[in-house]
Ligand binder design. Structure first.
Ligand code: HEM
Length: 577
């Protein structure tokens, strides 16, 4: 018995040293769990087969003993390696975080990941070991290092594997091909057309604000509707009129619920993957899959609308009605054309679905698609990613406009010189407006902490600190926006730092709301256009005021759930004299 226990213990060490210490294992998490649950059964089964009159109780206890010895060996080896021999062992950070990502997950249980990281920054300095093989950088040059062409995407981007999209792939080749399609879909010529459509959407918002007659408006909600409508327009060539009808849809709420999973679990992506594999029908995991179903059906619906004879996998005839078809190009039509021109195999289909889903979630769902989808029980699942980035950015911007009226007045003055404040191209040339948006994104970015890369094998150096190769790195925008090494009076909202007071910015590299380089945000121009249009409308026509206090809840209740989910904002929009 003792010999077998010792053998089991050493087997645990051997498995760690020979297998788990190498490579990434997140994609195999479900199989690893299964093997570890099933393998111990082999021993009692073997004994039962070879022995007559087996007494199962002692045999079971014996098996449990060997299994425990194996696990103790495995854990001892993991602990010793991570604490004393890992290439990051000299970096400061919480000891428990160095031992396991579970500590980080636990700390993020209230979806306040951005504050957890900021607390660690204050405690441990600019380079913090936030995981066994993870370093989080709080340094003005960190964003640039992340976007270094040598850095690779981390395991996080396998979240939806085997499905993929421009953002959800670690393969440079796949990314490059998908990125080219995105670039085509959002070319300068297409942007002119999308900006023309934005004029229509901003008119709807104006009507909605005017109709409120100065009554309190739940801004978070309205901005989600507005972002939906815009996405419906440039994404699907459809007018879904959510602002006009002032109505939520079930699918959108489902998505919000599904994304909350990522608040606590984003630091350890193998946990959601275990959930997807073992408990797909449980609570929010089920919502996650419904969200994926929706993304698939969106793809099919759009395809069916433009190409009725296409061979679509889903029953989607009713998802898009004829009124949603458009003669004008839209983002999804470019992706669908690309798909139909190719082999139309499972791989291409997964890519199509992944990229359209990215776009849908970036701007939220079109209503008519969602309402139809609630009755659509597709057996397929796909993944949606990026996020609802535009809507929270709009809410945060309105919060800042109401909170800092003197600085907003400067933008208003600048806007008074503009003939057409619904022309996104003209708005893009206004420095005061851009400065206000920059300052808003600096202090409360839509992506608070998400984004990670892996250093190349030769490692990388930042300001004299060498980061070894093969290490996962992160640079949370929430903290980078508040670095005293990068900004003077970093916690104050001072829009002039982007215009007349450049001395208030010590290091511009710290500001990167859309990232830079080959993996930067492809929707940046569209997103900025929406922010500028809303600010211009509100400032030229309305006086903003809080109903209670100063809107502190926006920041105090903000959640970090892949994207920022701001706390409740209620404002009154009274027509200017
Ligand atoms: C204020 C709104 C937005 C913000 C702050 C934002 C920010 C970002 C950031 C930081 C990334 C890089 C993520 C990474 O590190 O992996 C990114 C990627 C991406 N974004 Fe956005 N985004 C916004 C709106 C949009 C919109 C409206 C769209 C779609 C039209 C979009 C589509 C994408 C895509 C496809 C990628 C992946 C690009 C690639 O991998 O080549 N984004 N975004």
């Amino acid at each position: 018995m003792a010999t077998y226990s010792a053998l089991s213990f050493f087997a645990g060490i051997a498995v760690h040293q020979a297998i788990f210490i190498r490579n990434d294992w997140h994609l195999h998490a479900p199989s690893i769990v299964l093997v570890h649950l099933l393998l111990p059964l082999c021993y009692p089964l073997y004994q039962a087969y070879h022995t007559q009159d087996v007494d199962f109780l002692p045999l079971g206890l014996q098996t449990l003993g060997y299994g425990s010895a194996y696990l103790i060996g495995l854990l001892c080896s993991i602990l010793t390696y991570r604490l004393f021999f890992h290439r990051l062992y000299k970096f400061p950070g919480p000891r428990l975080a160095a031992v396991s990502k579970l500590w980080h997950v636990w700390k993020c249980r209230h979806s306040l990941g951005h504050l957890v990281l900021e607390e660690w920054h204050q405690q441990y300095g600019p380079f913090v070991r936030t995981g066994p093989n993870e370093l989080t950088m709080f340094h003005p040059g960190a964003a640039e290092l992340m976007d270094n062409p040598k850095s690779m995407r981390s395991d996080w981007y396998d979240l939806i594997h085997p499905r993929a999209s421009a953002i959800f792939t670690r393969s440079k080749a796949v990314h490059s091909v998908r990125r080219k399609i995105w670039d085509r879909a959002l070319s300068q010529a297409s942007l002119v057309e999308y900006y023309r459509r934005f004029k229509h959407q901003i008119r709807n918002l104006d009507v909605c604000l005017a109709d409120s007659n100065g009554a309190p408006i739940y801004v978070n909600e309205l901005m989600y509707w507005y972002a939906f409508d815009n996405m419906g327009d440039f994404g699907f060539g459809a007018d879904f009129g959510m602002v006009r009808d002032q109505r939520w849809v079930e699918g959108a709420l489902m998505m919000r619920s599904a994304l909350t999973l990522l608040g606590p679990f984003s630091p350890a992506i193998w946990i959601p993957r275990l959930g997807f594999a073992f408990v797909p029908n449980l609570g929010k995991v089920r919502h996650w899959f419904k969200m994926l179903d929706f993304a698939d059906a969106c793809t099919d619906a759009r395809m069916k609308a433009s190409y009725p004879s296409s061979n679509s996998n889903h029953k989607c005839e009713n998802v898009v009605n004829h009124s949603t078809e458009s003669a004008n190009p839209d983002v999804s039509s470019i992706f669908i054309k690309e798909f139909l021109a190719g082999p139309q195999d499972q791989h291409s289909r997964r890519l199509l679905s992944g990229d359209i889903a990215t776009m849908v979630v970036a701007g939220r769902y079109p209503r008519s698609l969602i309402t139809s989808l609630t009755s659509l029980h597709s057996p397929y699942v796909r993944l949606t990613t990026t996020s609802d980035t535009t809507a929270p950015s709009l809410t945060i911007l309105l919060y800042h406009l109401a909170r800092y009226p003197e600085q907003a007045a400067r933008v208003r003055k600048e806007l008074s010189t503009v003939a057409d404040t619904a022309d996104a191209r003209v708005l893009a040339t206004l420095p005061e407006l851009q400065a206000f948006i920059n300052e808003s994104q600096r202090l409360l970015p839509a992506i608070l902490s998400f984004g990670s890369r892996v250093t190349p094998p030769e490692g990388l150096t930042l300001d004299g600190t060498f980061i070894p190769g093969g290490v996962k790195i992160g640079a949370p925008r929430y903290s980078l926006g508040r670095l005293s090494d990068a900004y003077v009076r970093p916690h104050e909202f001072i829009a002039e730092r982007w215009t007349t007071r450049p001395d208030l910015i010590k290091d511009k590299r710290s500001f990167s709301p859309f990232a830079t380089g080959r993996m930067s945000c492809v929707g940046k121009n569209l997103a900025l256009a929406q922010l500028r249009l809303v600010a211009a409308l509100v400032l030229t026509k309305y006086k903003l005021s809080f109903v209670d206090g100063n809107g502190e809840l926006v920041e105090d209740d903000m959640k970090d759930q892949l994207t920022a989910n701001p706390g409740k904002l209620v404002l009154q929009f009274k027509p200017l004299e």
